[in-house]
Design a protein around this ligand. Structure first.
Ligand code: PLP
Length: 286
């Protein structure tokens, strides 16, 4: 089925949507994005994604071409037009297309940002990966120093995932100065003696919207949380591990660099957090 997508104020069939070859998203990776999950036709944690988008834009001296209320309406309309019961909405804002290539930002009065949104249909709730658990490899951090901004510069993430697939694994965790920063497209956690351990926020990792929600729900459920650095060796000796992201929610991890965690099956804390997340996130869906 041909999707209806949104480009700069227009709803179009995907085959007719066009962006200039001079668009800075295309030429320089000068664009930010968000992915909001859809469950039962509703947007999960739109508020969180909206807030992070505003921050990413601010960090790059960009302004959204529409208001945040309009953005919500565009999300909703695309979900409806494409009959999305379960899946996601991808949103990208680039600095726009000047009439040539240059490193300097163009005058924002002259060049308007490019806004693109499209939907993806996917089974999210019933996931074979969540039932089975992921095998991850560690990989030396190779991305830029502002990983707190959600930009479309994702080659590092793609390379890390390909490296994992090459050795029969599912995903990769980045390691910098001996400590795990985050997963290729998710935040990383270990569990030891019932305590949930995850790296504290900084420029070195993305402040996951799912991370914030999961930590809040875990605290409400009286679970212990410690935000600190951890190594791959500590992770391999942990009772369990998991990652979080908007589209995978809570994804159990059963093996790190060939070492099985616990009995090699998804752990109880990860499973419980996935259940709590799905239940609580649905209550706030819009
Ligand atoms: N870290 C990175 C590098 C990511 O790409 C993502 C999601 O795409 C996350 C963390 C998780 O963020 P969120 O929970 O907002 O999806």
């Amino acid at each position: 089925m041909t999707r209806t997508v949104y480009v700069n104020g227009e709803y179009l069939p995907e085959t007719e949507a066009k962006v200039s070859i001079f668009d800075r998203g295309f030429l320089m990776g000068d664009a930010v994005y968000e992915v909001t999950s859809v469950l039962d036709g509703k947007l999960i944690d739109f508020e969180g994604h909206k807030n992070r988008l505003e921050r990413s834009l601010k960090e790059l001296d960009m302004t959204a071409p529409v208001t945040m209320d309009e953005l919500l309406e565009i999300h909703r309309k695309l979900v409806e037009l494409n009959d999305i019961d379960e899946g996601g909405v991808y949103l990208q804002i680039s600095r726009g297309a000047d009439d040539d290539r240059a490193f300097e930002y163009p005058d924002p009065e002259k060049v308007k940002p490019t806004l693109v949104l499209f939907t993806q249909k996917k089974n999210l709730r019933n996931s074979a990966s969540a039932d089975k658990g992921y095998k991850v490899i560690s990989i030396e951090e190779m991305r830029w120093a502002r990983r707190d901004i959600k930009t479309v510069q994702l080659l590092g993430a793609s390379m890390a995932k390909m490296a994992a697939h090459k050795v029969g694994c599912d995903d990769a965790w980045f390691v910098e100065d001996g400590y795990v920063t985050e997963g290729s497209s998710n935040n990383a956690y270990i569990v030891k003696d019932g305590k949930i351990i995850t790296r504290q926020l900084s420029n070195k990792l993305l402040a996951g919207i799912t991370r914030a929600a999961v930590l809040r729900f875990a605290a409400e459920a009286q679970m212990q949380i410690e935000e600190r650095l951890f190594t791959i060796e500590e992770a391999q000796a942990a009772d369990e591990a998991f990652s979080t992201s908007a589209t995978a929610f809570v994804q159990p991890i059963v093996e790190i660099d060939g070492a099985a965690l616990g009995d090699g099956t998804p752990g109880p804390v990860a499973k419980r957090l996935r259940e709590i997340y799905l239940e609580e996130a649905m209550k706030l869906a819009v």
